[in-house]
Ligand binder design. Structure first.
Ligand code: GDD
Length: 349
């Protein structure tokens, strides 16, 4: 039975990837921070249903020693490095912690793999934010990077580290350059989930206004479930490489808003207000991905349309709210049981 280790297993992508890998017969291990174990209601709601089938290890991306110990013990065949400070907006507020966590975390993981599991296949979650002030549209694996945030810069560094461990030490290290991918499991701080959760609240009369920043920003939005499949396909290739994963279509934030409000027969103009707090000091330009290489070499294609994605998210938020008046996903559910395989917390903060 193949073993996979996932960092960021409690996140949107980590939860879908765990489901996918379990379905493929993998033994799935995850690295979680101690805070997640101490507060499972809040931090593990996305993997609650999978917990009995997962093996969780406590470690911190900031601690080389803790990652080293987990890797040495698990000896995974595949390692998916998804954990990061991934909210671009926050990276403007705290550049230092974004750069530290994201760059050092990737470096610690690669350096540990090289020592204790050099045959393990490694996936790095790179991002379309690396293209930033884009040099060409659509973007491919050959498009030069020009990041516009500390987050984007940290991802370029992670991408370069991954490539360098591949070239210098022969690690089977691959980067997926993923465009925005959303789902009902998206964090509430990201614009899509912010919109759909507000639409549900407004429909239920629990809110009236939705404050937003730049409505003209455009993104290439796909479904996270499709994108984790691409991650897995990348690690099934004999040769490590880099791949763009995108739908090849862009939609504006306003178009997302219009569709989401239309799902509940409301007019978005009655509710959306412009709020300067949600504009960014620097925006990326038109992010539009060309995933031809992934199509050709991995046989990957997205299965969910933009309209289906918006509708699924709105319907899910309506259902959550009707189940739980507070709108909190975990509020009504029983407390999950979390058991650690090993509390390998050496040096972890
Ligand atoms: N979050 C947020 N909140 N974004 C807003 C708002 C708002 O109120 N109003 C407008 N926006 C615009 C942002 O300015 C941005 O242009 C766009 O909505 C999308 O923002 P996010 O949903 O926060 O995502 P992101 O594009 O910055 O980053 C996501 O995608 C990247 C891949 O391209 C994240 O998932 C990153 O981790 C990922 O790498």
């Amino acid at each position: 039975m193949k073993k996979a280790l996932i960092t960021g297993i409690t996140g949107q992508d980590g939860s879908y990837l765990s489901e996918w890998l379990l379905g493929q017969g993998y033994e799935v291990h995850g690295i979680v921070r101690r805070v997640a174990i101490e507060d499972p209601d809040h931090r593990m709601w996305r993997i609650r249903h999978l917990l009995p089938r997962l093996q969780l290890h406590s470690a911190s991306l900031e601690s080389y020693a803790s990652l080293f110990q987990v890797l040495a013990r698990v000896q995974p065949d595949e390692c998916y490095h998804l954990a990061a400070q991934s909210f671009v907006s926050y990276s403007f507020e705290d550049e230092f912690s974004t750069l530290n966590t994201n760059i050092n975390g990737t470096h610690h993981l690669l350096a540990s793999l090289k020592e204790v599991a050099p045959r393990c296949r490694f996936y790095f979650a790179a991002s379309s934010e690396m293209f930033g002030k884009v040099r060409e549209t659509p973007q491919t694996e050959a498009t030069p990077f020009h990041p516009r945030s500390a987050y984007g810069i940290s991802k370029v560094a992670g991408f370069d580290l991954t490539r360098n461990y591949r070239e210098a030490y022969g690690l089977k290290a691959t980067s997926g350059i993923l465009y925005n991918h959303e789902s009902p499991r998206r964090g509430y701080e990201f614009v899509t989930r912010k919109i759909t959760s507000h639409v549900a609240k407004i429909k239920f009369g629990l809110a009236d206004k939705l404050p937003l920043g730049n409505l003209e920003a455009k993104r290439d939005w796909g479904h996270a479930r499709d994108y984790v499949r691409a991650m897995w396909l990348m690690l099934q290739q004999d040769q490590p490489d880099d791949y763009v994963v995108a739908t090849g279509q862009t939609w504006s934030v306003q178009q997302f808003v219009e569709l989401a409000f239309a799902c509940v027969d409301l007019d978005w103009r009655d509710h959306v207000v412009s709020d300067p707090r949600f504009f960014r000091p620097a925006e990326v330009h038109l992010l539009l991905g060309d995933a031809s290489k992934a199509r050709r070499q991995l046989g990957w294609a997205p299965s969910c349309s933009f309209q289906e994605l918006v509708e699924e998210m709105v319907v899910d938020d309506l259902e959550r709210l009707s189940d739980s008046p507070a709108g909190r996903p975990a509020a009504a559910a029983p407390r999950p049981t979390v058991s650690l395989v090993a509390a390998m917390d050496a040096g972890a903060r």
